[in-house]
Design a protein around this ligand. Structure first.
Ligand code: HEC
Length: 189
């Protein structure tokens, strides 16, 4: 390659490089690069707290107050057979594996005379009202952690309503059924 030809080729490269640089400069002017104050496309990234609350949380058992008035007592009595290995529901019934349950609705928890309750239940505190009984029978060990009642629970709200309505009748003077206000308040929870 003679010198002249080399210079031409070299000048060609140089020119091309200049063009390229000029092109980049022009492009920068035409399309100014700016840092946007906000992302143009906002990608929702949930914060840790939100992720935690999005995970399934145990919201407790479904409400049953509205089901009690029309509960099926015969179905409730049938369901009580699941309990009768350990409990007597009749008036004057003795404590067995589990405490006697005549009058249990409305009673203080852990109050059957002469029965040795677990510390967990004895110290739980509160009364057996419709809500606490609903929660306990849905999953005894979830509601009172450490209870010695070995029963998995009744999954279906209708089953719990039928049984609890039947248990309500197993008493000297059955506690009142929930009022319309009670039912509305439960639904609002
Ligand atoms: C395998 C035996 C067993 C079965 C089945 C069982 N329970 Fe129990 N239950 C117990 C024991 C034991 C306790 C005492 C728990 C404690 O002290 O922690 C108890 C406690 C209770 C209490 C608390 C009573 C109080 O005086 O505070 C209620 C209410 C109850 N059971 C209802 C039921 C119902 C309703 C069923 C049937 C759906 C049932 N249980 C099935 C053994 C059983």
């Amino acid at each position: 390659m003679d010198e002249l030809r080399f210079n031409k080729v070299f000048a060609g490269f140089l020119f091309a490089a200049l063009l390229l640089m000029a092109g980049i400069k022009i492009a920068e002017v035409l399309v100014p690069h700016q840092d946007l104050a906000e992302n143009a496309y906002v990608i929702e990234v949930a914060e840790t707290a939100e992720v935690a609350s999005a995970a399934p949380i145990d919201t407790g058992p479904e409400p049953i107050l509205a089901l009690l008035a029309d509960a099926d007592l015969a179905a409730g009595e049938k369901l009580s057979k699941k309990c009768s290995a350990c409990h007597v529901f009749d008036a004057g019934g003795a404590n067995k594996v589990g405490p006697a349950l005549w009058n249990v609705m409305g009673r203080q928890m852990g109050a059957s005379e002469g029965y040795a309750y677990s510390t967990a239940l004895a110290e739980f505190g509160g009364k057996w009202d419709y809500q606490s009984m609903n929660a306990f029978l849905a999953k005894p060990k979830a509601y009172i952690s450490g209870t010695k009642m070995n029963f998995a629970g009744l999954k279906k709200p209708q089953d719990r309503a039928n049984l609890i309505a039947w248990m309500r009748d197993k008493a000297d003077s059955p506690v009142a059924l929930p009022s319309a206000d009670d039912i509305a308040a439960e639904g609002a929870n």
